[in-house]
Design a binder for this molecule. Structure first.
Ligand SMILES: Cc1cc2nc3c(=O)[nH]c(=O)nc-3n(C[C@H](O)[C@H](O)[C@H](O)COP(=O)(O)OP(=O)(O)OC[C@H]3O[C@@H](n4cnc5c(N)ncnc54)[C@H](O)[C@@H]3O)c2cc1C
Length: 391
């Protein structure tokens, strides 16, 4: 088994200064009070344009974001690619409020998809469906498409058409496209459209990847449904597996709406479902291409073991491992060194648009006390190792 905690490999592309800054950042966000204040400040920033750039840009933004534009991401992308860690450029944008915003976002996403075809450092493109439609329309379409008014139906049809156009561009670019998973009440429409896109574009290879949030207790059944769907229609499934980013929100909403929470009640159940989905996918690797998005070391170890049991090479081209930029470099760089296909999600966008993403990262790292502590220990270990080597 490979050593996933080798800090020399994990932080090879980071300068001492960058490691110290990261250490400072993680030691701050481990305090829930600081993260709560940040959440409050970011809400204010979005509501009353309260300036937060001076504090966010040199800290959270620099650590978790590639830059404001694709061009600004290139230096980070190239450094990672030199160590066989590739990038998935993830455009961050505010929730759409009108057609003009949506069209602007669509053009940037199209640019990002076309760009993926031009660079070896970018093996996939990705988009968030809510960036391309208004929330109320996606929610209504998820309940029942028939409930849309004629005007809403036009808007929804435009959404489906743009969704399709991005998938078609990805096929032209020769790089698969991933559809992010979102809140439970938007997901039925997203799943429906993504299945249609897989039907249209995944005949010979997985050009379109859906996302399964394994904290949802219906997702293992949905995976079985997708396998049947793929067999019946002779297509290849592309699946990004994540645990799910909106647990608190989902539980709160379910309690308020008086329906059962869609999320497992314990972390252990989510972990089991996540690993089970990986096992089923490797078992069916002839019809499922896997993108394993996690910072959970145990899940990565399980995946490696399933691959080995199945006789698959580390660099099996249909299996990718992924972490978010700024998180768990030990997993990304050590697995890449061992030959696995690795790509980090690299967000880009203006500070105000990236703020909700940054707050989520801070909250997540604050909540996962163990993970933050591990990051801190590894950063310190590496700084110490470098000092010793110099002597
Ligand atoms: C490359 C990549 C792409 C991603 N894309 C998406 C996406 O499209 N949509 C999306 O929603 N998220 C996405 N995420 C975020 C992801 O869903 C997780 O929030 C995040 O990765 C933390 O989970 P983990 O597996 O890394 O780590 P872990 O620390 O092992 O797991 C934390 C996660 O476990 C679950 N959990 C924690 N406590 C409980 C509990 N008490 N009961 C039940 N479950 C619990 C939650 O999902 C929580 O986020 C992505 C993450 C990565 C790395």
């Amino acid at each position: 088994m490979i050593d996933l905690n080798n800090t020399e490999t994990a932080f090879k592309i980071k300068s001492n200064r960058e490691l110290k800054n990261a250490g400072f950042l993680f030691s701050m966000i481990k305090h829930p009070f600081i993260v709560r204040t940040l959440g409050l400040m970011s809400s204010l920033a979005l509501k009353i344009k309260f300036p937060v750039a001076w504090i966010v840009k040199p800290t959270l933004y620099r650590h978790f974001v590639g830059g404001e534009t694709i061009d600004e991401c290139f230096p980070s992308m190239r450094k990672m690619a030199a160590e066989n860690v590739k990038s998935v450029l993830d455009f961050s944008v505010e929730a759409a409020v009108n057609e003009k915003d949506i069209e602007k976002t669509f053009q940037e996403l199209k640019h990002s998809v076309i760009n993926s075809g031009k660079h070896d450092e970018i093996p996939f493109s990705v988009f968030k469906p809510t960036a391309l439609t208004m929330h109320n329309i996606l929610k209504k379409a998820s309940e029942s498409e028939n409930s849309l008014t004629p005007e809403e139906q036009i808007s929804y049809n435009n959404f489906v058409q743009r969704f399709d156009e991005l998938c078609a561009e990805a096929v032209k670019a020769g790089k698969p496209i991933m559809i992010d998973a979102e809140d439970y009440w938007f997901q039925p429409a997203i799943d429906r459209i993504t299945e249609n896109m897989m039907l249209k574009y995944n005949k010979h290879s997985a050009a379109v990847y859906t996302t399964l949030q394994m904290y949802r207790h219906d997702r293992l059944d949905y995976l079985q449904y997708l396998i049947k769907f793929a067999k019946e229609n002779s297509i290849i499934l592309g699946i990004k597996y994540v645990r799910g980013a909106y647990m608190e929100k989902e539980r709160l909403r379910a309690a308020e709406g008086n329906y059962p929470s869609p999320v497992y009640s314990t972390k252990a159940e989510t972990d089991r479902a996540y690993n089970k989905a990986l096992e089923i996918s490797v078992e069916n690797h002839d019809i499922i291409h896997v993108f394993c998005g996690t910072h959970n070391e145990e899940s990565i170890v399980e995946l490696m073991q399933y691959m080995k049991n199945k006789g698959l090479e580390n660099n099996c081209p249909t299996i990718h491992i992924s972490q978010l930029y700024g998180m768990s470099d030990n997993l990304s760089f050590n697995t890449a060194k061992a030959g696995y296909n690795v790509a980090k999600y690299l967000p880009y966008g203006k500070i105000k648009n990236v703020l909700p993403y940054l707050v989520r990262r801070a909250e997540e790292n604050s909540a996962i006390a163990g993970q933050t502590a591990r990051e801190l220990i590894m950063l310190k270990q590496e700084l110490k190792r470098r000092k010793t080597v110099k002597k």
